[in-house]
Design a protein around this ligand. Structure first.
Ligand code: IMP
Ligand code: MG
Length: 183
């Protein structure tokens, strides 16, 4: 384990089981339908979850990417959602978008993106998040699919970062407080 990590909150094996379960739910909902499932990965934090999820889903999928930022350099949200990389597709009216997100905290990113993509003309917009911190909600938002609820702790790994570090850790872990109180 990395020396900056205090403890592992969700192990690689547990994450695998959680994502297998979510993929099964998605398969069931989208199987045999006339839906055209577009997995929309929200960069950068969702990249590991997206990679695992798309391998486990068996119905046909297309993939695309958006990049947004709502965080500054540290652990506090700015409250604003900035689109850094937009979704450019001419066929949105035939796309059933499933936004793939790493974690819901205040709920601002996903509620903004759902509205944004609906206004852009997507056929349907649903959301899946690996982690959910319901105690931190600032706007009312419930994802269509979610992995696990976690307490109000700042977590890293499995795509999630602190100041761009720890994204490649294969588990979800809790940082030692001194790592983010020092700077
Ligand atoms: P929201 O808009 O407040 O729901 O924030 C969602 C985004 O904040 C996520 O996509 C993450 O990028 C980031 N975030 C929220 N909580 C954490 C955390 O505990 N660790 C790392 N990033 C987080
Ligand atoms: Mg994110």
């Amino acid at each position: 384990m990395h020396s900056d990590i205090e403890r592992i909150l969700i192990s690689e094996e547990e994450l695998d089981g959680i994502i297998t379960r979510i993929a099964g739910d998605i398969d069931r909902d989208y199987a045999g339908s006339d839906k055209r499932l577009l997995l929309l990965c929200i960069l950068k934090g969702s990249v590991v979850f997206m990679g695992e999820l798309m391998k486990k889903i068996t119905v046909p999928v297309e993939i695309d990417f958006m990049k947004v930022s709502s965080y500054g350099a540290g652990t506090q949200t700015t409250g604003h959602v900035n689109i850094i990389l937009d979704l450019y597709r001419k066929d949105l009216a035939s796309c059933d978008i499933l936004i793939v997100e790493d974690i819901i905290d205040s709920g601002r990113t996903l509620s903004y993106l759902v509205e944004y993509l609906r206004l852009k003309g997507a056929k349907s917009v649903k959301t899946v998040t690996l982690l959910d911190k319901p105690s931190r909600r600032e706007v009312d938002f419930t994802p269509d699919y979610h992995g696990v609820e976690i307490p109000d702790l700042f977590v890293v790994g499995y795509g999630l970062d602190y100041a761009e570090k720890y994204r490649a850790r294969p588990y979800v872990g809790i940082l030692k407080p001194e790592v983010y109180t020092h700077n």
